[in-house]
Design a binder for this molecule. Structure first.
Ligand code: ADP
Length: 593
């Protein structure tokens, strides 16, 4: 499907357009057309067999039982066995092949979704709860998979059986058919009544599950925060409210949908009584045979079952479509803007950075940065200081082009970063952040994340330069010690050393450093300072500084307040100015003394 079309359908999706979503599911399904055709062929065979069975029984009654012909009965019995065997085999194969269709489709859906998630720009993730996204990926896709697995075949076979049954019934006795069919409006009305109520309930149910999973994820990842602030009771209360909401939605969705089989059963028995009664009168008047009554009684049951199934599947289908809709919404999200057509790769830059009157806001808010202008010479260290929320981190975010500017330009080695491919721009940058990202894996692999092609020797060398080698060696399995994803096995300071090692390995031209705020023991602190010195040597470094005594050596200090640079200079110059920096410095000195 063309990108244009995909976008158009995506828009419709947001309005809850079922046709659009079904169309898109079809695009996925059509990739396994061959297998799907086989499934449909098997469904046709099994539906025909289920029509033929009762028909043969009826014939047996009229032609052989009434006339006492044993040979004929045996022949028909053999025929019946073959028909039912055929039915079983075709049902088995249709399920077998359908699993292939469903799994293949869902595999591609998951792939597209994950792919898109990787391409999305940072602002997308700012706006959403991580747990809710996780729920979409797992729950909604599971839903689509289950429905494809179970509902698809049932829907086709129900439609075929319905059509076939009515056709044969009409051929045998139009009058009795008419009488049997009077039950249909009753059924349709009953089903409509129920599904009108279950549809929105199932949608709500899915939404509530998403919310609840989001909340669980949040509380698990923020467990220590909840404990620290003694918010366990609030968390339990909030969870309770969500859990109750979910119970209510699930309760009513299940209750209403549970009515369907009961109602169908009742109508089924009614129609059996009607057919037996009226059929009997017709037979007495020689208008039909007893065999036909038997066929009709059996067909009437066969006839209500697919209707029943269609109604049941309708609900599952609705919830799967709602799930698919949400998945497609993500797939349709605009990915991080493409690089300009003529964007260039950069390679080994010298590291000169220039901000020219940069203004920026996150979304609709007021400007977070206002006319920020500064210049960093290659190899220099620049420190960003200022109160929390002043915009220090924002400057580093813009430098890595995570967000687009509202106004102004950022130049690296004289080139506007908008004319450089994002990939090569980010390759030139290294990050040592407060909250360094560690993943479940060995220390070796965690450091190697900086440069995947690095050999074990290079990793160990980088760890040595980062003063991390000695602590790693003391770990139970050395470099092969497996770290947990939240990095809870090692200390904050050790985490920093690992991320410095990672940055050394990646050897960037520009370094972005978010100094740790948490207190680290003096020895580790010295090790970190020393390792940073190695790392920052000959690289342009932008340091988000929290403690002013660590940045005295910086070539330039930019003092930010409310998104504006209010002072600029070296430590000594700024102290002499006796301005904001002077006050900040002395207040921090007082705090630490
Ligand atoms: P600093 O690093 O100096 O503490 P930041 O650059 O992180 O400050 O934040 C500057 C301002 O931008 C703050 O008011 C903050 O609330 C806001 N901000 C930061 N990140 C985002 C974001 N992802 N979305 C919206 N607003 C943000």
């Amino acid at each position: 499907m063309s990108r244009h079309m995909r976008k158009k359908l995506g828009k419709d999706d947001k309005a809850g357009d079922m046709k659009g979503t079904l169309g898109r599911i079809w695009v996925y399904l059509s990739k396994v057309k061959g297998l799907l055709l086989l499934v449909i062929l098997m469904v046709i065979i099994s539906s025909a067999a289920s029509l033929l069975g009762p028909f043969l029984v009826g014939r047996a009654i009229d032609e052989y039982i009434v006339t006492n012909e044993t040979d004929g009965i045996i022949r028909l019995l053999a025929g019946l066995i073959i028909v039912y065997l055929l039915h079983s085999v075709s049902v088995w194969y249709q399920n077998y092949w359908m699993i292939g269709v469903a799994q293949d489709t869902v595999y591609r859906l998951r792939k597209d979704l994950f792919h898109r998630l990787q391409l999305l720009a940072i602002p997308f993730f700012d706006k959403r709860k991580h747990g809710e996204l996780m729920s979409r990926i797992t729950n909604d896709i599971d839903n689509v998979s289950n429905t494809l697995n179970s509902s698809f075949i049932q829907i086709i076979s129900s439609v075929l059986t319905l059509a076939g049954t009515v056709a044969v019934m009409l051929w045998l006795s139009p009058l009795l058919t008419l009488i049997t069919l009077t039950i249909v409006p009753l059924m349709v009305y009953g089903m409509k009544w129920i599904t009108k109520r279950t549809g929105p309930l199932f949608k709500q149910y899915q939404q509530n599950i998403g919310e609840m999973n989001g909340y669980i994820e949040e509380t698990i990842s923020g467990h220590s925060v909840i404990k620290t602030f003694s918010r366990e009771d609030t968390a339990i209360e909030e969870f309770e409210a969500k859990n109750k909401k979910l119970r209510k939605a699930a309760y009513w969705a299940d209750t209403y949908s549970g009515f369907i089989p009961k109602l169908m059963n009742l109508l089924n028995n009614l129609s059996f009584a009607v057919i037996a009664g009226i059929g009997g009168i017709l037979a007495l008047n020689d208008m039909i045979t007893i065999g036909v009554i038997v066929i009709f009684a059996e067909y009437a049951r066969q006839f209500t079952r697919p209707l029943n199934e269609l109604a049941n599947q309708y609900n599952t289908l609705l919830s799967a479509i709602a799930g698919a809709e949400r998945v497609f919404q993500i797939i349709d999200e605009e990915e991080e803007a493409k690089d300009e057509g003529d964007a260039k790769e950069i390679d080994s830059v010298s590291g000169r950075i220039e901000f020219q009157n940069v203004s920026f806001s996150y979304g609709e808010n007021d400007l977070t940065l206002k006319e920020v202008a500064f210049c960093i010479n290659p190899g220099d260290t620049v420190a960003l200081v200022g109160p929390t929320g002043a915009g220090k981190t924002t400057i580093t975010n813009l430098l890595s082009r995570f967000y687009e500017l509202n106004k102004g330009r950022i130049l690296i080695d004289g080139q506007d970063i908008n004319t450089i491919t994002r990939k090569s721009l980010r390759r030139e940058m290294g990050f040592v952040l407060q909250d360094s990202f560690l993943f479940q894996g060995t220390i070796m692999d965690n450091i190697r994340y900086g440069r995947l092609s690095a050999t074990d020797g290079e990793v160990i060398e980088a760890a040595g330069l980062a003063n991390a080698h000695s602590f790693i060696r003391k770990m139970p399995q050395g470099y092969h010690t497996v770290l947990r994803q939240d990095g809870s096995g090692i200390s904050q300071g050790q985490k920093q050393l690992l991320s410095i090692a990672r940055a050394i390995l990646s050897d960037p031209s520009i370094l972005i450093l978010d100094e740790a705020t948490s207190s680290i023991d003096t020895i580790t602190e010295l090790k970190i300072q020393d390792a940073l010195k190695t790392l920052m040597k000959d690289r342009t470094s932008v340091v988000v500084a929290h403690r002013l005594n660590t940045i005295r050596q910086a070539d330039q200090i930019l003092v930010l307040d409310q998104g504006e640079i209010i002072e600029k200079g070296t430590h000594e110059e700024l102290l002499r100015q006796k301005g904001f920096y002077h006050a900040l410095y002395h207040s921090q000195l007082k705090e630490s003394s």
